[in-house]
Design a binder for this molecule. Structure first.
Ligand code: MOS
Length: 726
């Protein structure tokens, strides 16, 4: 099904099942332990051996020698895989460094060997017997030190520089100006479930049970890396214990499990142990951001400038931190610029709303600062600088943009009127403050396919390689099929995360919910047509409701329509260029109230509110949970999350969940979410967008701004730890 004009009336609009706050249909599997996560395929693993990954002990240089002989003789050891015996490996398109390093080492904890043994303990014990001698090279590990060597990044989907009007002149002549630099640190995904894979060969066919957000991408990457045909590769990932971008791509666990299984001639399972993950896998790169804003005394922005520096390995890309600044506020004269330094730290890549998360951590403090300089309320200042068109390309309107409504409703509901002058509210030892920030994240659309089967018992099974990273894909897909086919949700079975199913949008960039359900909608519409035609009913007027299809006075149950057999159809939603004619984005206003301890500088978030406008909300209960989870990540980004860089040795020091601190719901007593009533006809037949990342983008700045309101102290370096406030 092609989607190239705005959606008209369709079966989803009935909103009998879609839009209901239903419980997760996969919930019972999770709480009864029958949901299979990657390391838990016990029926397969009875035959499986265990692989233990060894990570490089230097950040840059070469392996001078590697001696695996003692490990090979150790009890239970079946194989030791290294670059020397693994055969020639190809390079995936989505990873910068090799997933099996050696002799050249590209980053600390790059995998250099896999020890395979009968038991996990044997594999781990034998790994300690592998002797590696390195020749250490000189690496570059500090973004600040390399800033002046940064260059304009080449390639990529996003232009490095944009210029509109004459920024320099407008900034120079502005009545009020701001010129500040902000920093955001390296961050780790820190999802609950580590990367894990179980690989098994059947002749030349490879199956990998894994934990991966993007099955079709992953299948291609495994094939490229191992140098085999994609149709020989099957990836299975029905349940994922959090991805956060860390599982968008195939990592060493999958590739090494496959190599280990080949060498040991057994199924092999490999989990990246927690202390390996921070340096072996990808992370969100640190940024330095300079923001210049010029405004007139009436509070209108005249000049908007945003420059961002980040680093990555040779061949990597920039953190796209200027993205939102190109779209969020009006202003005639504009410039934005990204520069990329070469760093020999582990590979940087997508994490929890890449681009906008760190970008808005900076921009939304800057907006607060200039509003202060103008003596304007920051809510009012944002409203005054709203734009309904792309400020860089005014011929491109937003499909929908209720940013002002989010701010107004949020201010009202949060009690923003009660906000006092900076540093003026004290309750005992706590200084109290409120902060606000915009929420913004683009809403991309992606081709997505599904297969739908109607059985003689009237049940419908949906199959798609879409994943559920814990956010609720199973349920919204069932809701979509139930709505489109006029069935109760209990009549729908959903099967996900298998590359034998039609390729979907996958889970990333908050495109999954809208695109994947639209693909299911397309397949269900095709099923309606096939059923109606089979019954000699007019497909155009046939109604599907209450388990029946009816037209022209005739009514047949779907079970009878299938008869003794099955009806199986497959289709995909394909998006035209609507998203180029209009900007598809999601908006929010994030509010936070904090208390800051006058003695210790400790910040406690007392309450949070996010008001969001993000198209049709397919399941308000799940969407609210996604928002709250993302808001909690925002608290982490604001207050605690930072990978500490050892700039001498070139690695992230705090490489586990004891040293890398993430908040939990219990840290924040009150979190509220409000969704504005919206249906975006330009986004898909579902008229939905996405909320998973919107709930994060902007939140850290709302907290930073609340700390400033509480204390009068402006911190521009994240995370805002105690010593920076004191
Ligand atoms: Mo997201 S960082 O696209 O999983």
């Amino acid at each position: 099904m092609k989607f190239d004009t705005p959606a008209g009336q369709n079966p989803i609009d009935a909103m009998r099942v879609v839009g209901q706050p239903l419980d997760r249909i996969d919930g019972p599997h999770k709480v009864t332990g029958t949901a299979h996560y990657a390391y838990e395929w016990h029926d397969v693993t009875e035959r499986a051996a265990y692989g233990h990954v060894i990570g490089a002990g230097i950040a840059k240089g070469r392996i001078a020698s590697i001696d695996t002989s003692a490990a090979e003789r150790a009890p239970g050891v079946l194989a030791v895989v290294t670059a020397q015996n693994a055969g020639k490996l190809g390079q995936g398109r989505m990873n910068t460094a090799k997933l099996l390093g050696g002799p050249e080492i590209q980053h600390y904890h790059q995998a250099i060997a896999l020890v395979v043994a009968d038991t996990f303990e044997q594999a781990r014990a034998a790994a300690s017997l592998v002797r590696v001698v390195y020749t250490r090279g000189r690496g570059r590990f500090s973004l600040e030190a390399e800033k002046d060597n940064a260059v304009k990044p080449q390639g990529g989907d996003t232009p490095a520089d944009t210029v509109v009007g004459d920024f320099d002149a407008a900034f120079a002549s502005a009545e009020v100006t701001l010129d500040e630099t902000y920093t955001t640190p390296d961050q780790s995904h820190a999802m609950m479930e580590p990367m894990a894979s179980l690989a098994e060969w059947d002749g030349d066919k490879l199956t990998i049970w894994t934990s991966n957000q993007m099955i079709a991408w992953g299948k291609g990457e495994v094939a490229r890396t191992l140098g085999i045909a994609p149709d020989k590769v099957r990836l299975v990932s029905p349940y994922i214990g959090g991805g956060f971008g860390g599982k968008l791509f195939v990592r060493a666990d999958a590739v090494l499990a496959a190599l280990g299984a080949k060498a040991a001639k057994r199924a092999v399972k490999v989990a990246l142990h927690r202390p390996l993950i921070a340096n072996n896998t990808t992370h969100r790169p640190a940024t330095l951001q300079r923001i210049r804003i010029g405004a007139n005394k009436d509070g209108r922005i005249t000049a908007m400038g945003h420059e961002s520096w980040s680093g990555d390995l040779e061949g990597g890309g920039p953190e796209v931190a200027v993205q939102q600044t190109r779209l969020l506020y009006a202003g005639e004269h504009r410039m934005s610029k990204m520069r990329l330094a070469t760093l020999d730290l582990p590979e940087g890549n997508a994490m929890r709303a890449p681009g906008e998360t760190p970008g808005m951590m900076a921009l939304e403090i800057a907006i607060d600062e200039i509003a202060d300089k103008l003596g304007m309320d920051p809510v009012e200042f944002r409203i005054r600088n709203d734009t309904q068109v792309d400020p860089e390309k005014p011929e491109r309107p937003f499909s929908q943009r209720q940013f002002v409504e989010c701010l107004r409703q949020g201010a009202e509901k949060f009690g923003w009127d009660a906000r006092k002058a900076h540093g003026s509210v004290r309750e005992g030892r706590w200084l109290i403050g409120m902060g606000v920030a915009a929420g913004f994240r683009n809403a991309p659309v992606m081709k997505s396919g599904a297969r739908v089967r109607l059985d003689g018992d009237g049940r419908v099974t949906v199959e798609t390689d879409m994943t559920d990273i814990g956010t609720g894909s199973y349920t919204i897909i069932a809701q979509t099929a139930a709505e489109t086919l006029g069935l109760p949700i209990g009549s729908i079975d959903v099967k996900l995360g298998d590359s034998d199913f039609p390729a979907s949008a996958g889970s990333g960039g908050q495109w999954g919910a809208n695109s994947a359900t639209a693909g299911v909608y397309a397949a269900c519409m095709k099923l309606r047509e096939v059923v109606a035609t089979k019954l000699e009913l007019d497909p155009a007027t046939a109604e599907f409701a209450d388990g029946k299809v009816s037209a022209g006075g005739k009514s047949v149950s779907l079970a009878d329509a299938a008869g003794d057999g099955q009806i199986v159809v497959e289709d995909a939603i394909e998006f035209g260029d609507l998203d180029k004619q209009k900007v598809l984005s999601t908006f929010a206003a994030h509010f936070a109230e904090v208390g800051v301890d006058v003695h210790t500088g400790e910040t406690r978030v007392r309450r949070m509110l996010s008001v969001a406008a993000a198209g049709r909300i397919l399941n308000p209960k799940q969407a609210r949970s996604q928002m709250i989870g993302a808001m909690t990540m925002g608290v982490g980004a604001a207050l605690s999350e930072e990978l500490a860089v050892d700039t001498t040795m070139g690695f992230f020091v705090n490489h586990d969940l004891a040293g890398y601190e993430v908040p939990v719901h219990a840290d924040i007593p009150v979190q509220e979410v409000v969704f504005l009533d919206e249906a975006d006809a330009d986004s898909s037949p579902m008229k939905a967008k996405g909320v998973g990342e919107l709930g994060l983008c902007g939140v850290p700045a709302a907290i930073a701004n609340a700390i400033h309101n509480a204390t009068g102290v402006r911190v521009r370096e994240y995370p805002i730890t105690l010593e920076k406030v004191i």
